[in-house]
Write a protein that binds this ligand. Structure first.
Ligand code: NAD
Length: 487
């Protein structure tokens, strides 16, 4: 199938999806296509009353369908049918995603969307396999840990992998027996609405997924502060995570999962397979133009091989060409907005002022849209803006080390601890360093997720609280009750 499409020909769902019904709503926030900068739509803002309608629809659906109390196999079956439909409708989903976001259409079909369907099936499987436990006690009692769904879960997602982030939230929440009020990013809302419509077509009781559009200040705050939303699952920046904690503390205590920002190091030792390391390091900062929470944005390399590795990475960076996300041949993503591109530029300039230099890139690219050249920066220290800030762009910093201790010292970031990469052929060293790296994920001799969804993802330090994916994400969507029965 030729995946290229005309972005002006799409019909966009501008409105909220509540109780199984799509309702058009007035657009307020201007939306520009990252690939060509064209103003093409306006995103509505759901206020507290619209959010409340979504919560009431979720509560009514839970009650009517008894979703949390049906035979778990029924939940599993519906979620499998939803995943099948996502695969069948992949082309429409890919277009709604590619037009608004930075994700190239060719990478969506076999990548983001295929993986999202797979992850929904993965979580569905927990529905009838993961349950309550009998626990050891004396003969006079029976003790058990009983688990139950929360009820209505509030989910808030970012713009960088919109469908996939929605699947990470919806899959475990629904499999665990909850209903969801989802707010996608105001920059990339359309694919989430279509995803929810597909769920209803697949047989999910209407009202179990509600999608409200809007910004953080109004819609996001109304969700996190709603008294009948029992749990919050958030992915986004550390700044917004902190605002959410504050709002939850002010409006009432509730559990939350926060998947936040990162500034992840990749340490390369001289004994590593350098071709493999160069390819992995470059891919991790060029992929989605560095707009990934786990982007391996700080390269820390053993001094004696630095020149060789720099050459290899620069060569790969040079081969990158911009193309709009709706072109099936596109492999390099634009930056999400002009504002974000200006921020990248500003951090690069501030780093140069502080003594840094660009060994590659450091400029906008000559193309329509918000493209920024893959950039490699040297001459940086632990206080350089490019080391401290999560840039969320294709900017890789370079630092060198003499020994393991120095490598670890450089790798340790004052606030972030999301992921880390390690390239060495010495197994003992790999394990020794893995134990000491302060990160929620460590990749050795690779820098990417696999399709082993059982591995949870989440951050140390200010990179987050709790986990997405894995058994942990399912368990985080159920609360536990301790029961002791006297015989
Ligand atoms: P963002 O924090 O600006 O927005 C994320 C979402 O939160 C959006 O839907 C936004 O409208 C909403 N929001 C913003 N302020 C809010 C508030 N006060 N209350 C409630 N909701 C609010 O982030 P972004 O720019 O969309 O995404 C990029 C960020 O997401 C990066 O920091 C990146 O590292 C992070 N991220 C983390 C992971 C992870 O798994 N740890 C995955 C993807 C992205």
């Amino acid at each position: 199938m030729d995946l290229s499409f005309d972005p002006d020909s799409l019909s966009l769902p501008v409105g909220h999806f509540i109780g199984g019904h799509f309702g058009a709503a007035n657009g307020v926030i201007p939306m520009h296509r990252p690939s060509d900068g064209k103003a093409y739509a306006e995103c509505p803002i759901a206020d507290a009353s619209v959010v409340d309608q979504a919560v009431q629809a979720a509560k009514a659906a839970l009650k009517e369908s008894n979703w949390g109390g049906v035979r778990p196999r029924e939940r599993l079956n519906v979620l499998h049918r939803w995943a099948d439909l996502i695969e069948k409708e992949v082309e429409t989903l890919a277009q709604l995603e590619a037009v608004a976001s930075t994700r190239p259409v060719g990478q969506l079909v076999d990548g983001d969307i295929a993986i999202s369907a797979e992850q929904i099936r993965f979580f569905a499987e927990f529905a009838d396999k993961e349950g309550s436990d009998l626990v050891p006690t004396d003969d006079a009692n029976i003790g058990m840990v009983m688990t139950e769904p929360y009820g209505v879960v509030g989910a808030i997602t970012p713009w960088n992998f919109p469908i996939n982030m929605a699947a990470w939230k919806l899959g475990p929440a629904l499999a665990a027996g909850n209903a969801v009020v989802l707010k996608p990013s105001e920059m990339t809302p359309f694919s989430s609405i279509y995803l929810a419509q597909l769920a209803v077509r697949a047989g999910l009781p209407a009202g179990l997924i509600n999608v409200v559009l809007g910004d953080g200040a109004t819609t996001g705050q109304a969700i996190t502060g709603h008294p009948e939303i029992a749990k919050i699952s958030f992915t986004g920046s550390t700044r917004a995570g902190s605002a959410i904690m504050e709002n939850i503390a002010r409006t009432g205590i509730k559990p939350m999962t926060l998947e936040l920002g990162g500034k992840s190091p990749q340490i390369v030792f001289a004994d590593a397979d350098l071709d493999k390391a160069a390819a992995a390091v470059t891919a991790s900062i060029v992929g989605n133009a560095g707009q990934a929470c786990v982007a391996g944005s700080r390269l820390i390399v053993e001094r004696k091989i630095a020149a060789e590795l720099i050459d290899a990475i620069r060569n790969q960076m040079k081969g990158v060409t911009p193309a709009p996300t709706w072109d099936a041949a596109s492999r390099y993503s634009p930056i999400i907005s002009e504002k974000q591109r200006q921020r990248i530029d500003a951090i690069v300039s501030a780093t140069i002022e502080a003594g840094g230099e660009c060994l590659a890139g450091g400029t906008r690219m000559e193309a329509p849209g918000y493209f920024y050249a893959p950039t490699l920066m040297a001459g940086v220290d632990q206080n350089s803006p490019a080391i401290i800030e999560e840039i969320f762009g294709p900017v890789l910093t370079l630092q060198t080390f003499e020994d393991e201790e120095e490598a670890l010292q450089l790798a340790d970031h004052p606030s972030y601890g999301l992921a880390a990469g390690l390239f060495t052929r010495d197994l003992s060293r790999a394990i020794r360093l893995t134990r000491r790296l302060q990160a929620g994920t460590v990749w050795v001799n690779r820098y990417s997720r696999s399709r082993d969804h059982i591995l949870p993802t989440g951050g140390y330090k200010q990179s987050g609280i709790g986990k997405d994916l894995g058994r942990e994400a399912f368990q985080a969507n159920r609360k536990s009750k301790s029961v002791l029965i006297s015989l």
